[in-house]
Design a protein around this ligand. Structure first.
Ligand code: DAK
Length: 260
C-alpha cells in the first residue's frame, strides 16, 4: 500500500516505520492513525517481518502529540470515535507479535509519549523531550497515558508528570524508567537497529511467547500470570527451535533457528 504520511522501509526481518509529517512535528492526525493501522496489518501479514523500529522524521520530534487542530473540533461523539480508533491502534501495536522498538528522536508529547509507551522497548536520543502536557490544553491523556505511564514509572511520578505537564529529557526519562536506554542523537537509529538485530537472532517463537507473558504481567494477578507462563512454556517446549537451541548449547555451536 502507498502511504502519504508515514515511510515504511524493510530490511530483512526488520521494518523501520517513520512518521513523516515534519512540518507539524509529526503530530498524529486521523490520516496518520489510519496509515499506521494499515501498515501494522501489512507488516503482521508479511511473514518475513518480525521487528519494527518506530521513529519520527527529522531531528526535532518523534511525535509532538495528537493533532491539536483536530482535537479542537471534537464534540462528544467525535471524541469517542477518536478515542476508540487511537486506542485500538495502540492496543494493536502493544499486542502485536512484532517486536516494536520506539526510537524517540525528539519531542514525544501527549499521544507521542503514549505511542512510545505502547512499544515494547523505548530507546531515546539524549535530546529527546517527553511528557504528557494534556492538562495545558484542559484535557487528560486519552491514548492510555494514565495507565501505561503509571505502570512504567509508578503512581507518584506519573501524577507528577501528568499534573504538571512538565517534559523530561532523555537522561531523566531513563532515570525514572520511561525509556530503557539513551544514546547520542546521531547514534540512535543505528543502536535501535543493532538491538533489533540481536533480538532477531533469537528463537522467534520464544520472543513472541516472552512478549505475551511480559504483557500479561501488567494485565493480571501474579497467580494467573504464572499460570499463563506455565502454559506458554509448555507450548515452547514443543517447538523445533527449543530443541535446536538446547542442542546447539550442548554441542557448543551457534543455534540455527528455523522459526518452527
Ligand atoms: N498538533 C498540531 N500541530 C502541532 C503540534 C500538535 N500537537 N505540535 C506542534 N505543532 C505544529 C505547530 O503548530 C507549528 O506549526 P506552524 O505554526 O509552523 O504551522 C509546528 O508544529 C512547529 O511547532 P512550534 O513552532 O510550536 O515549535 P517549537 O519548537 O516552538 O515548540 C513544542 C515545540 C513541541 C514545544 C510545541 O510545538 C508544542 O508545545 N506543541 C504541542 C505539544 C502538545 O501539547 N502535545 C500534546 C497534544 S495533546 C484522547 C487521545 C489522545 C489525546 C487526547 C485525548 N482521547 C482518546 C480522548 C492526546 C492528546 C495530545 O497528544
Amino acid at each position: 500500500m502507498e502511504y502519504k504520511n508515514i515511510l515504511v522501509e524493510k530490511e530483512g526481518s526488520l521494518a523501520v516505520v517513520t512518521i513523516n509529517r515534519e512540518k507539524a512535528l509529526n503530530a498524529l492526525n486521523a490520516d496518520i492513525i489510519s496509515e499506521l493501522f494499515a501498515a501494522w496489518s501489512e507488516l503482521e501479514d508479511d511473514k518475513e517481518i518480525r521487528a519494527v523500529i518506530l521513529t519520527g522524521a527529522g531531528e526535532k520530534a518523534f511525535v509532538a502529540g495528537a493533532d491539536i487542530n483536530e482535537l479542537n473540533k471534537l464534540d462528544s461523539i467525535g471524541g469517542l470515535e477518536f478515542a476508540n480508533r487511537g486506542q485500538s491502534l495502540f492496543w494493536k501495536i502493544e499486542n502485536s507479535e512484532l517486536v516494536t522498538i520506539a526510537a524517540v528522536n525528539g519531542f514525544a508529547l501527549g499521544g507521542g509519549c503514549e505511542l512510545a509507551m505502547a512499544c515494547d522497548i523505548r530507546l531515546a536520543a539524549d535530546t529527546a523531550k517527553m511528557g504528557q502536557p494534556e492538562v495545558n490544553l484542559g484535557i487528560i491523556p486519552g491514548y492510555g497515558g494514565t495507565q501505561r505511564l503509571t505502570r512504567l514509572v509508578g503512581e507518584g511520578t506519573a501524577k507528577l508528570l501528568i499534573f504538571t505537564g512538565d517534559m523530561v529529557d532523555g537522561s531523566e526519562a531513563l532515570r525514572i524508567g520511561l525509556v530503557d536506554r539513551v544514546y547520542p542523537a546521531a547514534d540512535l537509529i543505528e543502536e535501535a537497529k543493532k538491538l533489533a538485530g540481536k533480538i532477531l537472532s533469537k528463537g522467534p517463537a520464544a520472543i513472541t511467547s516472552a512478549k505475551r507473558c511480559v504483557n500479561m504481567a501488567s494485565n493480571s494477578t501474579l497467580d494467573s500470570g504464572l499460570k499463563f507462563e506455565v502454559t506458554e512454556f509448555g507450548a515452547i517446549c514443543a517447538t523445533e527451535d527449543s530443541k535446536e537451541g538446547t542442542a546447539a548449547f550442548l554441542e557448543k555451536r551457534k543455534p540455527d533457528f528455523g522459526g518452527k
